[in-house]
Design a protein around this ligand. Structure first.
Ligand SMILES: [Zn+2]
Length: 233
């Protein structure tokens, strides 16, 4: 009599365990990053599925790495882009590696929902940093999934020196950088060459640079992006 009871208990536990596992899995599915879901629903691709050699460190997922001091992307660690832009970026990576095999592109920001741009704009409005955040009314090119903020890292994954950069800096470093800019500090030779390397690499792959943000590149002209794609809200 004892044996079948033991047997029954074992099975009951097994069933309960399976039911709990199913329940927890359902919970996990529901917890898929909500920002990532919006990108996937909009038809964007994760850059690693196109080129897994391109490094990613989304600064808007970590309050210590962006100047807004916020985690706007719910800790998302994958960069999403329109597929044709991701393909262009892979071309840029290959160009870079032909010249410098140990170097890699490092994506700091890619697609960004307009709801996040609105929060950024509200925080920067009226400050001297306002020009760095596009007015969300028209929609930033990041909102169309065609823009990247990007830099280059060396073989040890350290960023090469580009001079002024607002990313991954402490408040003190940011303050010091802006103070130097105000004092009219110019780029040194190495910084100027590094910026030129990034710009040449990206332009060769078909990206368009911005004159006042060395890190920002659009994957196509703005009017083309607006005709072709919808804003990711
Ligand atoms: Zn940008």
């Amino acid at each position: 009599m004892l044996k079948p009871l033991k047997y029954m208990c074992y099975h009951s536990f097994l069933y309960i365990f399976i039911l709990i596992s199913i329940f927890l899995n359902v919970g996990n599915t529901a917890q898929v990053n909500e920002i990532e879901k919006r990108f996937i629903d909009a038809g964007l691709v994760d850059i690693s599925t196109i080129d897994n050699t391109i490094q990613v460190d989304l600064v808007n997922s970590d309050p210590k790495k962006n100047y807004f001091r916020e985690n706007y992307y719910n800790s998302l660690d994958k960069a999403y882009l329109r597929k044709e832009v991701a393909v262009k970026l892979s071309k840029a990576q290959r160009t870079l590696k032909t010249k410098h095999p140990k170097y890699s592109l490092l994506i700091l920001d890619a697609a960004r929902p307009r709801s996040v741009s609105k929060k950024m704009y509200e925080k920067m409005k009226g400050t001297k940093f306002e020009k760095y955040v596009a007015n969300p009314k028209k929609g930033s090119m990041h909102n169309y999934g065609i823009a990247v903020d990007i830099t280059i890292v060396d073989g040890n994954s350290n960023e090469i020196d580009m001079g002024f950069s607002p990313f991954r800096k402490s408040n003190l470093e940011l303050y010091w950088q802006f103070a130097k800019l105000k004092m009219g500090f110019k780029l040194n030779k190495e910084q100027a060459e590094n910026r030129k390397l990034l710009s040449d690499t990206m332009q060769k792959a078909g990206f368009l640079p911005l004159s006042y943000e060395w890190w920002h590149f659009n994957g196509m002209p703005k009017d083309q992006a607006r005709r072709k794609y919808k804003i990711i809200e």
